[in-house]
Design a protein around this ligand. Structure first.
Ligand SMILES: Cc1ncc(COP(=O)(O)O)c(C=O)c1O
Ligand SMILES: [Zn+2]
Length: 427
């Protein structure tokens, strides 16, 4: 196995050599557009064509038994991630290995024979973002970063703030100022440096890129260490396959904001096939958006490759990215696999939240309401085969977006403490 040693860029801080196997079995960064490769470092754009960079690996033989012997968190897959062999030794949130629940009630309500919910709301800060942040934190450590930061639609800020606190690294998290209050508090409780920006997520993202270019030593998890960060979402795909008994589902529905998660679940499935850990089979990938921010589903339905940015207007604020970095790759994966990208109205998002709660006892946030709403719409439109094994990902937790359904649910009756009063309710 070759040893990869790279230098940090001047923009990230002082130049210093990386330690051996700082990124495990990762070998280099390669451009998704032109294939140009460069040494591992805090880079995210191709120096030739500005395309996004992605991690490539030289995987050893990995067996299911080795993975099963690992910890009950994402580090059981560390051989497949850009992290060092001693990753478990450094303080981190130890996310992952969340429940894969058979959803009998939701399935029978929607007419789907074999439905599962991958419930990532049980992660340490209650969204799948703990996975990506754990990988970004490892990269930040290896690069010697002094500030751990992100632009965020909410959940990422929560995850960065908490992971940074646990790791003892300074955090600065940037969010749109109109974000849900619980999401703001869920960041501010972990960090003194929550910055609310008057603008959309896309404005916040632009600001973050500018700061990353100006300041030394800042690791913006989803900007300049994005290639490392994004790989964390692969663990959702690995877990689903492992929890199904090392096989792939036939269909999977995934919410789309930047599109990173969807592309990485697909990458995980392809890696597992290449490694011989699962049997090769076709699977369909479906993307879910809210109509008020649906640039990817709009392009999908129009049959075009280019994504036209939009100004978001939806209660699904965690998915409110108007200019999605990985949108074109989502289109490609969904089209290639025989899936669809669909969107639902805010009312359907609310109905999706309540439906999942009342059928499976899972309180999801607006992103999950979007996913359930899209699942329902796809079945009704005949675009998702109800006879095939289907997984949906619940990426976040309903207590963070409680206002979305505050008008929909509440007491069935308010009564005096007497039996007569109760009996009069006919409950
Ligand atoms: C709860 C939740 N689900 C899904 C997503 C979408 O993730 P991605 O940007 O990788 O598409 C986000 C992004 O912030 C999120 O917070
Ligand atoms: Zn390139």
């Amino acid at each position: 196995m070759s040893t990869v040693v790279a230098e940090q860029t001047a923009s990230h801080g002082t130049s210093r050599a990386l330690r051996e196997r700082a990124f495990g079995n990762a070998t280099e960064l390669s451009c998704r557009e032109c294939g140009h490769t460069i040494a591992l470092g805090p880079h995210y754009a191709c120096p030739e064509c500005f395309g996004p960079l992605e991690i490539t690996y030289d995987f050893p033989a990995v067996t299911a038994a080795e993975i099963a012997a690992g910890p009950r968190n994402i580090w059981r897959y560390k051989a497949l991630l850009p992290v060092p062999d001693d990753i478990e030794q450094s303080p981190n949130m130890e996310p992952g290995f969340t429940r894969l629940l058979r959803a009998h009630n939701l399935g029978s309500t929607l007419g789907i024979d074999n439905l599962w919910v991958k419930d990532d709301s049980t992660n340490p800060t209650h969204s799948f973002k703990d996975r990506v942040v754990a990988c970004a934190l490892s990269a930040a450590r290896e690069f010697g970063s002094t500030t751990f930061a992100c632009p965020s639609t909410g959940n990422l800020a929560n995850a960065v703030a908490a992971a940074g606190a646990r790791a003892g690294i300074r955090t600065v998290v940037f969010i749109p100022s109109d974000l849900e209050r619980p999401k703001q508090i869920n960041s501010a409780v972990y960090t003194e440096h929550l910055v609310a920006v008057n603008g959309t997520y896309d404005d916040v993202n632009r600001l973050a890129s500018e700061i990353a270019g100006e300041e030394d030593g800042w690791a913006f998890v989803n900007v300049n260490v994005r290639p490392y960060y994004a790989e964390g979402s692969k663990t959702l795909g690995y877990e689903i396959a492992e929890q199904l008994g090392w096989r792939l589902p036939d269909q999977i529905v995934i919410p789309v904001a930047s599109g990173s998660q969807l592309t990485k679940v697909d990458k995980a499935f392809r890696e597992l096939i290449a490694l011989g850990l699962v049997e090769e089979k076709p699977y369909r990938v479906y993307g879910a958006q809210a109509t008020g921010c649906s640039p990817v589903s709009t392009a999908f339905k129009a049959g075009v490759d280019a994504i036209r940015p939009v100004k978001p207007d939806t209660i699904a604020k965690s998915l409110a990215i108007g200019n999605p970095a990985d949108g074109v790759y989502v289109l490609d994966i969904c089209r290639r696999s025989g899936g669809v990208v669909e969107d639902v109205s805010d009312d359907e998002v609310r109905a999706g939240i309540v439906l999942l709660a009342r059928t499976e006892g899972i309180f999801t946030e607006t992103a999950g309401g979007t996913t359930v709403g899209v699942l329902k719409k796809l079945v009704e439109a005949g675009q998702l085969d109800p006879s095939l094994e289907t997984v949906i990902i619940n990426t976040g937790m309903g207590l963070k977006t409680i206002d979305a359904i505050a008008d929909q649910v509440g007491p069935a009756a308010t009564i005096d403490p007497s039996y007569a009063a109760f009996a009069a309710t006919n409950l």
